[in-house]
Design a protein. Sequence first.
Lengths: 214, 214, 214, 214
Amino acid sequence: MNAAATALKPRKSPVQDRSAATVEALHAAAIQVLIKEGLSRCTTTRIAGRAGVSIGSLYQYYPNRDALLAAVLKQHLDGVADAVEGICRQHAGAPVSRMAARLVSGFLAAKLSNPVESKALYAVAEARGGHVLAARMRERMVSAVAAMLESAPGAHFDDPVMTATIALNALVGPVRTLLESRAPQGLEARLEGQLILLLTAYFQAHQTERERTA
Amino acid sequence: MNAAATALKPRKSPVQDRSAATVEALHAAAIQVLIKEGLSRCTTTRIAGRAGVSIGSLYQYYPNRDALLAAVLKQHLDGVADAVEGICRQHAGAPVSRMAARLVSGFLAAKLSNPVESKALYAVAEARGGHVLAARMRERMVSAVAAMLESAPGAHFDDPVMTATIALNALVGPVRTLLESRAPQGLEARLEGQLILLLTAYFQAHQTERERTA
Amino acid sequence: MNAAATALKPRKSPVQDRSAATVEALHAAAIQVLIKEGLSRCTTTRIAGRAGVSIGSLYQYYPNRDALLAAVLKQHLDGVADAVEGICRQHAGAPVSRMAARLVSGFLAAKLSNPVESKALYAVAEARGGHVLAARMRERMVSAVAAMLESAPGAHFDDPVMTATIALNALVGPVRTLLESRAPQGLEARLEGQLILLLTAYFQAHQTERERTA
Amino acid sequence: MNAAATALKPRKSPVQDRSAATVEALHAAAIQVLIKEGLSRCTTTRIAGRAGVSIGSLYQYYPNRDALLAAVLKQHLDGVADAVEGICRQHAGAPVSRMAARLVSGFLAAKLSNPVESKALYAVAEARGGHVLAARMRERMVSAVAAMLESAPGAHFDDPVMTATIALNALVGPVRTLLESRAPQGLEARLEGQLILLLTAYFQAHQTERERTA
DNA sequence: CATGAATGAGTCTTCATTCAT
DNA sequence: GATGAATGAAGACTCATTCAT
């Protein structure tokens, strides 16, 4: 593990009970401050203050501000990736149209379950440490989706990883726009349907001839 | 125009040549500093220094740092939106497959012509002023694409704005991932083809029955 | 004993074995941290950590950080002073040239036996408590050397304390420069001979007429 | 010039008049704070405060606290080295006894002209950047003294640099002890005479046979 | 108009020390 | 006695912005 990676690791794991509480409070506070004040005003002082914890305690658990934000982001991204992986596992062998539908609705559900948090974390993902985490999560999800695609009956994907990458990122764009909520009104309502349509069409373009004419 | 909006407007128009040159130098310098140092170290002092201009002069042209960054972002986004609008105008009445192909290649060309700049500006777009500009640009492009779609022969779009929104944002995701260059190797090479496939499939899913069976 | 002096005393005497071991571990750890990190980063946390002792325990034995460092310094200085005193006792009545030679080699041996430690402790000696300790040790050594000088046959010292002070401090300067290791290459090798020459010449300048012409 | 060296260089040279005043005020303030509070309490805030200057201004001229202290130390050391060099130049060709006398009195005059400042700066010299400066100054002085020694009539020095190093450092020790003023009372009064005796004896130990018996 | 010196609020971070468990 | 979580004062340093020259 190189120095840069180490710098973002949490400093110590809570062994006593109150430690765990402190860490939890810090996480929650970080998200709240992020939402309320934005990344640039999401300072260690404010986070500690809102968590009802001294600034020193914050630094007992995280070596620096970025490490704390990275931890928060990681938690969020892990949740999303877990959801996607679960879906992919469940729908191995399903027809591509079902795959598309479940993938879309699962991803949306994960991202939109706490839209304010999701939105706020985009800023964190843009910071130096964030890119790495986001990339890592995308890798996990791409692998899962690619594996699912390969199991699809009547479809052949020359390069399932590529297809999965495109499909996943094609979801990310619209969702992000929606969350940043400058989206045209009504987008949310019909988003799911349209994204299912998008992915279904994309996946079916890979179907074998026999399947397509059936 | 409210106060917030006013605050981001450049202070005076470059009526004189010298002014125009200074503004241009500041823009270029801002991008360079942004690329080299990142948003948080992209300070007014550094920008002015690299532009060969005094700090005082910088503030002659922009009321504050955010206004300068917003102007730089706007320039970039306008370029992309112009490109997309041009393409949409040129391909009115074309078959949807051609529309998809041209839209993708035009958007990619605009974004990837200077990938380092494009990438660096994502950070600016994430800042408070940036969202507004990005949303405005997306609106322009969505309108253009929607108009183009409506002119497509043999296809009917119930809600062309929605379709355009989805299509455009479906491009944005993969391109962003590519630019943030945590993309799997080989993505770039095959990206264009895959995105054309994606949009073509999506657009064709809206074709009228007659066209589809033809 | 005034308050300041009290503050630097160890808190309790190591009557039990465990205590003695802990104190010893703390001393050793303090020196290691001092060497590795420098005085400003020689913190109580780090010392305790390296000693394998909890912070709380450290404060069982020392009322504050300075007291610990002072104890460490004192141990070192006592060692040097003991060595010098021993030599002075052994060479009472010897000719001044022998006194000079033994004094130099004894002092060098004491200081250079662990040069890294000696060097690191200069920083501690520079801190507020350190001056007092260093002065006290110098006094001890000066007394011993002065007594030795008075016993020299064929030499008369009007003010043996003064002579001893000069002689001792004349050793301290070159040794310090050597330890701070910015010394010109080759200094170390020939240092002992030169210092013996220096002190011998100085002592012999005090010889009685009879002895000198002999 | 490596990074470490750069880090201690002043940031910019004052071009306007008030700049020069600011820098001068900072130097003076640094010395005063150092004397009054000691190195560990000689903080940027306190220095700026005493200089009647904002903290920001301090950082316009020095990249960090150590650079400021290094500049102050350098000024002091340069003064001493200049004095010694001057003396060495003036007494080329003089008898070694005169060399010893002038060297001692010149060095003492330089160091004791502002004893409080001299004393306070020992702490700075102990800090990381200080060692380098002190070593550099010692080199300058050693070269000058060595050159002077080589010009002495009737004396031959096999290794004048070594002799100069020993001689100079033999002065440094007692002077330091005196300045740290834990020296036995009366030391100051008779110090000069004793140091002259010390160096004279040392230098004369190198005299050629003919000269010594003359 | 241009310049760049000065400002000082606001950041991050460290560390000696305490005290509940 | 031992532990280590919590504390918060204090330090170094940055940077947008102003304004006298």
